[in-house]
Design a protein around this ligand. Structure first.
Ligand SMILES: Cc1ncc(C[n+]2csc(CCOP(=O)(O)OP(=O)(O)O)c2C)c(N)n1
Ligand code: SF4
Length: 282
């Protein structure tokens, strides 16, 4: 048992950037670490050459991830990860491009890039770490802060409707959409693997704990209490299909939520266009 656990952690250690090993800037117990291990395990099991993996992020606690991981990396400006990643993929189509982004980074300042990356169906995998708040800057509300929830900018309770990021991505044209939580680490890894193997724009929403701000301000307890809450409030797609809308209220449906294998990917479509034009066809 101890050996199996050691082997598992060894895989994670192999992918950490030399000289950037722990301690990280993340608070002890932060969900970002679990998401990072799930990404590592998915990449490792899929057998990708790590020099062909590019990790791109914006700014935020979650967006610190490429600093720790020994992949090709771009730590970009706030909200712009998908725009940079689009450029990387278009210039180097053979690269596997993983975007790590927070709910604020992807959906507030980066909201426009997010919907257009979905619409284009470019072959990127976005892992959106949703902790319902801005962690790095001290707990301000984000587009996923739930109705009535507390943050430093909603001290009397949020009056705005929040985004369901998976519904948003599906409506905008993403061709793979999945969700999991940091409590369900093996399933999170599976969703990330499926997203990486999908040709087109894929999104995995990773529900994660920021106990330091969201948990504290909303009296949800420490990291362990928040993980137990993720366990209690999550239902699989299969179970959800047997539940009424009332029963599903305040629940997270986890698993693959949407998949379209038919639609052509953006770089492939563009290559076809170039060939057509070079042959003098319209
Ligand atoms: C142009 C710009 N505006 C604002 C900021 C400040 N800022 C840095 S991170 C951040 C929010 C991060 O929240 P989120 O993306 O949810 O990530 P988390 O820290 O929760 O992982 C903000 C507003 C910035 N760095 N640049
Ligand atoms: S502030 Fe929140 S999101 Fe940032 S490292 Fe701490 S627990 Fe994680």
């Amino acid at each position: 048992m101890a050996t199996a656990a050691k082997q598992k952690s060894d895989v994670v250690l192999q992918y950490l950037r030399p000289g950037k090993k722990f301690p990280s800037v993340w608070c002890p117990g932060c969900g970002n670490g679990t998401v990072m291990s799930a990404i590592i395990r998915a990449v490792d099991k899929l057998g990708y050459n790590r020099d062909e993996v590019v990790m791109v992020s914006g700014i935020g606690c979650s967006s610190r991830m490429p600093i720790y991981l020994d992949f090709m990396a771009l730590h970009t400006t706030h909200g712009r990860a998908l725009a940079f990643a689009t450029g990387v993929k278009f210039a180097q189509p053979h690269m596997k491009v993983i975007v790590v982004t927070g709910d604020g980074d992807a959906l507030a300042i980066g909201g426009n890039h997010f919907i257009h990356a979905c619409r284009r169906n470019i072959d990127l995998t976005a892992v959106l770490i949703n902790n319902n708040i801005y962690g790095m800057t001290g707990g301000q509300g984000s587009p996923t802060t739930p109705d009535a929830a507390f943050s430093t900018t909603t001290p009397y309770g949020n009056v705005e409707k929040h985004f369901d990021v998976c519904e948003l991505a599906t409506a905008a044209g993403a061709t793979y959409v999945g969700r999991s939580t940091v409590y369900h680490a093996p399933q999170l890894e599976k969703q990330i693997s499926q997203a990486l193997e999908h040709r087109g724009f894929s999104l995995v929403e990773a529900i994660a704990n920021c106990h330091t701000y969201f948990g504290r301000l909303n009296k949800q307890g420490d990291a362990v209490a928040m993980l137990n809450m993720f366990k209690d409030r999550s239902v699989t797609t299969q179970k959800a299909s047997e539940m009424s809308p009332e029963e599903l209220k305040d629940k997270w449906i986890i698993g693959t939520l949407y998949e379209d294998r038919e639609r052509t990917e953006y770089c492939d479509e563009y290559e076809k266009l170039v060939n057509r034009v070079q042959q003098g066809r319209r």
